[in-house]
Design a protein around this ligand. Structure first.
Ligand SMILES: [Mg+2]
Length: 373
């Protein structure tokens, strides 16, 4: 049996500094301490703690497989400990994503977002993980389509014989909680018909069609509903494998040359432009945004993240680059245009999405005052 390695990216908003801005250092320290201890005990082989805006991100590489209760418990306990610290510091929204009290074997459906991919290591395995704040899983639909189905983005679809035959996309219907698999290029138009509706349909997994090799996994898989809210839909993360018969790292990043509009931003109630940034700028300010996205690249080797001689995982902060300055500039231009419209649609989300917000209480108050026209 070839050796299998699992990449787990589990994230949670456990409280943040000055509103929904950023995860402060004491919380990152709690995560660092817990993951270091479990690495020493041998549960995980590598880890990297980071944040995108107010979401604490735990990147872990191990050999325990997907949905491993011990790895999930490590993440849950870490989020609990960080939330306790946030509570002590009276940070904003302390423990806000921890929707249940008792851990029961799997962190899915308990509030945090989870993307996990078990792989058989190839000769060299470059991985890119994306993490976004102030948006939802549908924000990945456009780039994931470009990366795996658009020959105008991904040269490999045209040039590389190993990519001939295309890719299969699992699309989740977040209203009905059902999924469907579509294959490109044959069903490209049908795929766009679905995932163009970014608020309802979200890409959860991608496989290479000719051999079902797993290529991409998002955190929208197996959504569960708690208190009328779909858990795992917000502030998404995604894991993508690159190169050697799969899209190149540069093809995975190419869709982010331009900004585009995603749902989320202030109070999760507005359309806003996505802004690709390096970790140093992964914090939300203007109108609690604009929605930010980070891309981290690393190599998986021998069950861990390829590391320096002193054991530090080597992580490439891929959007920390002037090549994405155009997208950042466009994001500011779109932000300026949208904010000029204030609370008028389409700057604000449509009525279906606003049904889940506090706007309903305001509308309710006015109900009795309506008279037949
Ligand atoms: Mg967030």
């Amino acid at each position: 049996m070839p050796k299998k390695t699992t990449v787990s990216l589990i994230k949670c908003d456990v409280g943040s500094l000055a509103g929904h801005h950023v995860v402060p250092k004491p919380l990152l320290d709690v995560a660092e301490k817990n993951l270091k201890a479990m690495k020493e005990e041998g549960l995980i082989n590598s880890y990297y703690v980071f944040n995108v805006g107010d979401d604490l991100q735990l990147l872990m590489v191990h050999e325990k497989g997907e949905s491993n209760p011990e790895v999930h418990k490590l993440a849950w306990d870490t989020f609990r400990d960080a939330a306790d610290k946030a509570l002590e510091l009276k940070l904003y929204g302390a423990g806000q994503d921890l929707l249940k009290t008792a851990f029961s074997g799997n962190i899915r459906g308990m509030g945090p977002g989870v993307a996990e991919m078990e792989i058989e290591e190839r000769g060299s395995d470059p991985i890119v993980v994306f993490a976004a704040d102030k948006t939802s899983g549908g924000a990945f639909n456009l780039p994931i389509f470009r990366i795996f189905a658009d020959p105008m983005n991904t040269a490999g679809l045209v040039i590389d014989p190993n990519m001939a035959g295309g890719f299969k996309f699992e699309v989740l219907d977040t209203i009905e909680n059902k999924s469907v698999v579509l294959k490109c290029p044959e069903e490209m138009y049908e795929l766009i018909a679905l995932i163009g509706t970014v608020q309802r349909y979200m890409v959860s997994r991608v496989w290479r069609a000719r051999d079902d090799l797993i290529c991409a996994v998002g955190s929208v898989t197996r959504l569960s509903q708690i208190a009328g809210k779909y858990v795992g839909k917000d502030d998404p993360v995604m894991i993508i494998r690159a190169q050697h018969g799969l899209p190149a790292v540069g093809e995975i990043l190419a869709p982010f040359m331009h900004s585009y509009l995603v749902e989320g931003w202030m109070r999760g109630s507005h359309w806003g432009p996505i802004m690709p940034v390096g970790l140093k700028d992964a914090k939300c300010t203007l109108f609690d945004g604009p929605p930010r996205i980070v891309a981290l690249g690393f190599q998986v080797a021998n069950g861990k993240i390829a590391s320096t001689d002193d054991g530090k995982p080597m992580i490439a902060d891929l959007f920390d680059d002037p090549a994405f300055a155009l997208a950042r500039k466009e994001a500011l231009e779109y932000a300026s245009m949208l904010r000029r419209m204030g609370e008028f649609e389409p700057a604000r989300l449509g009525p279906e999405e606003m049904e889940y917000t506090t706007l309903q209480q305001i509308l309710e108050r006015l109900k009795g005052r309506f008279k037949p026209a």
